[in-house]
Design a protein around this ligand. Structure first.
Ligand code: SF4
Ligand code: SF4
Length: 432
């Protein structure tokens, strides 16, 4: 029997209980040339050149926006080297030798909190643009573009839900970086003028909910919203509706309805950029999964090679081939190598026993994928229309509304990777 629920409860694995280990900066650090939103880049440094920590070293071109690039350490630029990017591609990374001096440009000045909270909204947006801040919940959407809109944001939904099951990083951040998170929220309130700011935390983290309720005493307009633990609770449109009651029509921008959502790590990155004049410099990184001897939560500098950290956890020596996933178990993508580098949007690496990946069987028309889809699509039909390359039908089935949550694949009785087909159909629909 099929449940008509569109919400899948999560089987809890308590990776958040692993202590956080801070990883010292390594001797060699790396910066990707291209990234998922910018395919072209231009460098302003040459091989052998000395760089300061967070020195501007080039610029990426994202079409309608640019992204400055920064040195991850002080030291020497050594040239390009291939490594695996989080989308699984082998791409050019800029390699730096760390001199461990953490030397900043002599003109560097750390802003006091008085200076930060005197910044105008335009100056705050300019800082987010200067330091190439992006949505750290996984979207990597430029923060400055998000903040620049002209419609007044009355409600700001701050996402600490960690949409993907079992991932612990947003919780770790809220536990350890509360002061910077609250200062970041004050900064956003100043920037957007929002009357209501809701920090969304999973209800099951009762201690964390209580902590922020206490910290918010005296913070005008800020409140904690405890949320249930189901997937995809972190989905932007669903979360906005649950928390504010505001229904954002399909395809419309939340800002047009006076609401915006932002991930907790992005909020912290905004405060840090204003305070220290720097890009995203550190991330929590979870290395988890049943293919490892032990799992771990790290605090790691952006630019650090990840392979030694996986090896520290230890692959299970049981003869099974392992599957590596970057991102969460639902929306993450497999990568062919563990030669990964820490980047701002990489916060988890999952290592699974490959035997877990089931073989696909033919569709039995059970409609499980239909009942699971939070956006009301008919994934099986989209898949069939894509396979038949029936463009009219693809268009009529609106694959562009898919948020790539992965639930249709997860719930498919025949273990078909339905999401992959819908994703491909989405690309076809875009070209029509
Ligand atoms: S991946 Fe897309 S089609 Fe599949 S359930 Fe999620 S939103 Fe629906
Ligand atoms: S694609 Fe999978 S879940 Fe959807 S109808 Fe077919 S067998 Fe059922």
């Amino acid at each position: 029997m099929i449940s008509k629920t569109t919400r899948i409860a999560i089987d809890p694995v308590h990776y958040e209980e692993n202590p956080v280990e801070t990883v010292p900066a390594p001797e060699f650090m790396f910066v990707p040339g291209e990234n998922t939103r910018c395919r072209a880049y231009e460098l302003s440094i040459k091989e052998g050149e000395h760089v300061y920590l967070y020195q501007k070293i080039g610029v990426r071109n994202g079409g309608y926006f640019k992204q400055n690039m920064f040195a991850p350490c002080s030291g020497t630029y050594l040239g390009l080297e291939k490594h695996t990017y989080r989308n699984g591609k082998s791409i050019d990374f800029l390699k730096f030798q760390n001199d461990f001096k953490d030397e900043r440009d002599p003109s560097y000045h750390e802003r006091s909190d008085e200076e930060i909270f005197a910044l105008s909204p335009e100056e705050i947006i300019a800082i987010s643009e200067e330091y190439s801040l992006v949505g750290l919940g996984g979207s990597s959407f430029p923060t400055s573009v998000k903040l620049k809109g002209t419609d007044h944001v009355t409600h700001l939904v701050v996402n600490g839900i960690e949409c993907e099951p079992t991932l612990p990083v947003d919780k770790l951040l809220m536990e350890n970086d509360a002061e910077e998170l609250i200062k970041g929220l004050r900064l956003l309130k100043r920037c957007l003028g929002s009357e209501h700011i809701y920090l969304c935390i999973k209800k099951k983290y009762a201690g964390l909910v209580a902590k922020y309720q206490e910290l918010f005493l005296g913070e005008e307009g800020m409140e904690v919203r405890p949320c249930r633990d189901y997937y995809p609770q972190g989905w932007e449109i669903g979360l906005i509706k649950d928390v504010t009651g505001i229904k954002v029509p399909s395809g419309a921008l939340p800002r047009k309805q006076g609401v915006l959502d932002i991930n907790v790590a992005t909020v912290v990155s905004l405060y840090q950029a204003a305070k220290y004049s720097r890009p995203v410099a550190e991330r929590y990184l979870a290395i988890i999964g049943d293919g490892l001897e032990k799992t771990a939560n790290y605090r790691v500098k952006v630019g650090t090679p990840i392979r030694p950290l996986i090896e520290k956890c230890g692959y299970k020596d049981d003869g099974e081939v392992k599957t590596l996933i970057v991102g969460g178990p639902m929306m993450g993508g497999t990568v062919p190598s563990d030669d990964l580098i820490s980047t701002p949007c990489l916060s988890s690496v999952l290592v699974y026993e490959q035997g877990k990946a089931e073989r696909e069987h033919p569709c039995i028309h059970c409609a499980s994928c239909v009942y699971s889809c939070p956006t009301g699509l008919v994934p099986a039909e989209i898949m069939n229309a894509y396979k038949a390359m029936d463009k009219e039908k693809i268009k009529a089935l609106h694959p562009e509304r898919c948020v790539e949550c992965g639930l249709c694949s997860y719930s498919c009785t025949s273990h078909i990777r339905v999401t992959d087909y819908v994703r491909k159909a989405k690309r076809v629909a875009k070209l029509l």
